[in-house]
Write a protein that binds this ligand. Sequence first.
Ligand SMILES: [Zn+2]
Length: 88
Amino acid sequence: MTYDVDGNDTCESCGTVQDERSRALGSALLTLVGVGYLAALALGYVLFRGRPFVGGFSAVIAIALGRTLQTHVRLPVVTRRSSEPHTG
Ligand SMILES: [Zn+2]
């Protein structure tokens, strides 16, 4: 039992797979939020003709998008359990 995935004991190979999946999903979410922010920014400029609040408006949309994605796409919580000293 070298990994803990969402509180369950998991073997090395399954844990590694889950860990990679978690990282990939996490970076995909960040990318989506970034894209959403830019889209909101572009839309805001078109709709509101570049008024100063457009930046804040886009940030709020990006944060809301991030929260929505995190609730719907559940990231597995992967923790390495090994007590052996490990560098990297
Ligand atoms: Zn396994």
